[in-house]
Write a protein that binds this ligand. Structure first.
Ligand code: HEM
Length: 468
């Protein structure tokens, strides 16, 4: 057993005392205090009550919530702590298997896929997706122009554009989101899968086989359906000959791992496609929806952004280089992600027995949940953390800040591979929207955040009027 070098006492989880909700019960622990439908916002409210590290005990299992940036200096360090597949991320393996997001750190396919795919996600690689992203943004503009002056269901429509972007840039697949009247069957099945996983994550298998028998049967049918659909896309590309499309699927079929010389196998490619669909769609769509909510309530910031866009966007189309010059648009996205990191947290586990901050003993394999919603509202941000203020991201203010205070894309080797992709897409689409529309908020709307693994502004609607 490892000892704490300062005291020479063994490191034992049992010695860890953390603030927790009152009225802890024998056996049940703090189960009365568990909120399944808004668990991240509940994690945030707990942090506001109990502090930067606290725990809930659910039937003997200890869930530790961390939102103190000083503690994250250690927890975010890959030498000391590593990604952990907590609930419900681990449950996503039923659909995404050993895809990048849900692979265990030690699974050989994680390293292999990371090596093969990382070059497709550099800032420079975004040049290759730029025209596709622009085409999708233009389709959204046309779709909204036909509805000018009407109420728009914002989260639903931002989902459409993000889905088209990842479908086309990922594997050359058009979902027809702007022309269909019904939901695409693959999208409908994916949504049901994610909803089922989110709901059943804390359930018992016996409960699923009895009380939720029908939903489980539908879930299994959905899994079979998405697997067959995606396998057909891969087979189609193989029969056409991969190589000329410039998307992620081409790369997965043609590029080999520099270390082993092997390509990804067909099942793993399916896992990656389903991963990109799930990880790269609702996250970006949510950020866009939150940004539009805040801009509709801050017309002076929207105007300032329009002035920047007019200065930068001089020709017919917004070019790849110009996207990088939209500094305020980028700050708006960062500030939206600060307030509502659409992936609201991540799990880390101790790689060895460790005394966190010389104070909290964690045994090897014990894990914590990083509460981004509260980290991003930590007092170190200064002022009222609920105020939408993109200038928090001015370079001099970023430099002066604690380095662990802003982590919407996770950390370390398992941090988000799609970060540049998301920024390029979001800057391009948001600039295109602001250039083309004025945003009118619904005065009666109160922001309510819905959690379905990712976050979105529930029921947000705006009136958009076409600008000259
Ligand atoms: C604003 C949008 C996005 C946010 C907030 C976001 C957030 C995150 C976070 C927090 C993680 C780390 C999760 C963990 O540690 O358990 C992650 C991982 C990942 N993200 Fe994103 N993401 C976004 C967009 C995207 C996009 C557009 C793609 C793909 C095109 C993508 C693909 C992935 C993948 C594959 C991983 C797993 C990486 C690995 O473990 O190797 N994400 N993302």
């Amino acid at each position: 057993m490892t000892t704490n070098s300062s005291t020479e006492r063994p490191i034992r989880a049992a010695d860890r005392e953390l603030p927790h909700p009152p009225f802890r019960l024998p056996v049940l622990g703090d189960v009365w205090d568990l909120h399944v439908t808004d668990s991240s916002q509940w994690g945030m409210r707990g942090a506001q009550q109990y502090g930067g590290i606290y725990e809930r005990n659910i039937f003997g299992a200890r869930v530790t919530y961390v939102s103190d940036p000083d503690l994250l200096t250690e927890i975010n360090d890959d030498k000391l702590w590593a990604k952990f597949l907590g609930v419900p991320i681990g449950t996503l393996r039923s659909v995404a298997g050993d895809g990048l997001f849900t692979a265990h750190n030690s699974e050989p396919n994680w390293r292999k896929a990371h090596e093969i795919l990382a070059p497709s996600f550099t800032a420079a690689a975004m040049r290759g997706y730029h025209a596709t992203m622009q085409a999708c943004a233009n389709e959204l503009i046309e779709y909204w122009a036909d509805r000018s002056g009407q109420w728009i269901d914002v989260p639903s429509d931002t989902n459409k554009v993000a889905l088209e972007v990842i479908g086309r840039a990922g594997f050359g697949y058009e979902f027809g989101s702007f022309t269909r009247t019904d939901e695409h069957p693959l999208v409908a099945a994916m949504l049901r899968i994610l909803t089922y996983i989110n709901r059943s994550a804390y359930s018992h298998p016996l409960v699923e086989r009895t009380v939720f028998r029908q939903q489980r049967a539908q879930h299994l049918a959905d899994l079979r359906f998405v697997n067959t659909e995606v396998d057909a896309v891969i087979a189609q590309r193989q029969s056409e000959g991969a190589g000329g499309h410039g998307d992620l699927l081409d790369r997965m079929l043609t590029v080999s791992d520099p270390e082993t010389g092997e390509c990804l196998d067909a099942t793993n490619i399916r896992h990656q496609i389903l991963t990109f669909l799930a990880a790269g769609h609702e996250t970006s769509a949510g950020v866009l929806a939150f940004a539009l909510h805040y801009l509709s309530r801050s017309p002076e910031i929207a105007e300032q952004a329009r002035r920047e866009i007019a200065e930068v966007w001089t020709g017919e189309d917004l070019t790849y280089e110009q996207v990088g010059k939209l500094r305020l648009v980028r700050r708006i996205i960062d500030e939206s992600l600060r307030l509502w990191p659409t992936a609201p947290g991540y799990f880390r586990k101790a790689k060895q027995d460790t005394m966190l901050a010389d104070r909290y003993p964690f045994e090897k394999g014990e894990w914590v949940f990083v509460v981004l919603l509260q980290l991003h509202r930590h007092p170190s941000w200064g002022g009222d953390p609920e105020t939408f203020d993109p200038d928090r991201f001015l370079p001099e203010r970023v430099k002066a800040r604690h380095p662990e205070l802003y982590r919407p894309f996770g950390v370390g080797m398992r941090g988000c591979i799609g970060r540049q992709f998301a920024y390029h897409e979001l800057q391009l689409v948001l600039a295109t929207i602001l250039r083309n529309f004025d945003l009118t908020p619904d005065p009666a709307y109160q922001l309510k955040v819905k959690e379905t693994i990712t976050l979105k502004p529930e029921g947000l609607r705006l009136k958009l009027s076409r600008r000259d």
